[in-house]
Design a protein around this ligand. Sequence first.
Ligand SMILES: *Cc1c(COP(=O)(O)O)cnc(C)c1O
Length: 417
Amino acid sequence: MVPKEIKNLENLDRQYIWHPFTQMQDWQKEEPLIIERGEGNYLYDIHGKKYLDGVSSLWVTVHGHRKKEIDEAIKKQIDQISHSTLLGLSNVPAVQLAEKLIGIAPPGLKKVFYSDNGSTAVEIALKMAFQCSRKTRFLTFHHAYHGDTIGSVSVGGIDLFHQIYKPLLFDSIKANFENAADLIRQHHNELAAVIIEPVIQGAAGMLLQPPGFLKKLRQACDDHHVLLIFDEVATGFGRTGKMFACEHEGVSPDLMCVAKGITGGYLPLAATLTTLPVFEAFCGEYHEFKTFFHGHTYTGNPLACAAALANLKIFEEEQTIEKLQPKITHLTQGLARFQDMDYIKEVRQSGLMVGIELKSEKIRLGHQVILQARKQGVILRPLGNVIVLMPPLSITHDEIDFLIDVTFEAIQTVLKT
Ligand SMILES: *Cc1c(COP(=O)(O)O)cnc(C)c1O
C-alpha cells in the first residue's frame, strides 16, 4: 500500500470507527494498527509488517489464518447459498454441523440451538433455564465474564466492565469456590441455573479453579435440581488441551455455550447445546405456548456453518488435540522463566490459555507491555495488568519460543523503567 493510502485509512479510522472496549480519546492519539491480511499464525499490517498473532485475534483463530480447507469450504458454500433462515426452514451445513457438534460434545448434550456470538449463546441458555425451570434467579461467580449484552452482563462479575450497568441488570447471586455449594443449597428454590466458565475464567485474567471443583458443583446442582450451564465460549475447541474444558473433570452440563473457536476464527457463529430433558420442557401442543420464542436473523448461517464443519474436520484429520500436548508442555517450560522474575506476581496456564500477572498496580502497564511487544513483532492484548498469551492451536515450538522471548523482553523493558 502506498504511503498516501495508508495515511488516508488511518485518518478514516480515527474519523469514523468507535472501537470496542477502547478509550477513544487515547486511541485518537495513537497510531492505529490496521491489519491487511493474515497467513498461518501471522498478521500483516498495511505497511507490510509481520506480527505473530499471540492472542488468536481475540481468542478465535484455531488452525491459523488462510487455512486452505476452511477458505475452500466457504468459497464452495458461496457457490451454493450464503444465507437462508432457520426460522421455518433448514439448511444443509447447519444440519451437518449440528450432528458433528453433538458428536464431540460432552455426554448428555443432544440438541443444538444456533446464534451468532458468545453473548447471545449465554442469553439463550439463561432464557431456556428460566423457561424450563420457572425459577428466576442465577448463581454466578465473582470475576465471571459471559458477554456484553444485558442478560450476560447480569451474570457477569467483573466490576470494571459491569458495575456501571447495575441499574439495568437483574440481580444474580455471586459465589466463590468455597461457598458455591452452600449457596445452591440455600437458594435452590429460586435458582434456575448455575453458570460458570469451566476450569478457567478467561476475561477475569485467566483465573484457575481448584481441581475437582466442577464435580462438586455438578453434585450440588443434581442434589438440588438446579440446572448447570457451562460457558465454553473461550475454552472450547481445544484451547485448554481438550476439545472442551469440562472434559478435564469428566463433568457434563445441562446447557453449554460455544462460540469463539467454533468456525476456526473465520465467521461469527455460536451455539447453545442442551440435554433432552431441557429440550423436552419446551415441547407440547402449540396452544400451550411452550415454544422457545427466540431467534436471531442470522441463526445457523450457512457460510459460518460451512466454516465450522471444515474447522472440525481439520481437528479430525490433523489430530489437532493429540498434537497439542507437546506444544502445551513446551509453553509451560518456556513460562518457567517468568516465575522468578521480579516483576511477576503469578503465571497461570491451562493448555494454550496463559495469564502473566504483573506485580505493579500502575495503571495501563499491561498496555505499555503489549505496545513494546508489538514493536518486536508480536500482537497481544492485555486484561488490565495481566498479559494474556493465547496463540492459535497451530503455533509451532519455534513460534512459542519467539512469543515467550518477546513477551519476556517487553515486560523487562517496560517494568525496569
Ligand atoms: C468472549 C466470551 C463471551 C462473549 O462472546 P462474544 O462473542 O464476544 O459475545 C462469553 N463468554 C466467555 C467465557 C467469553 O470469553
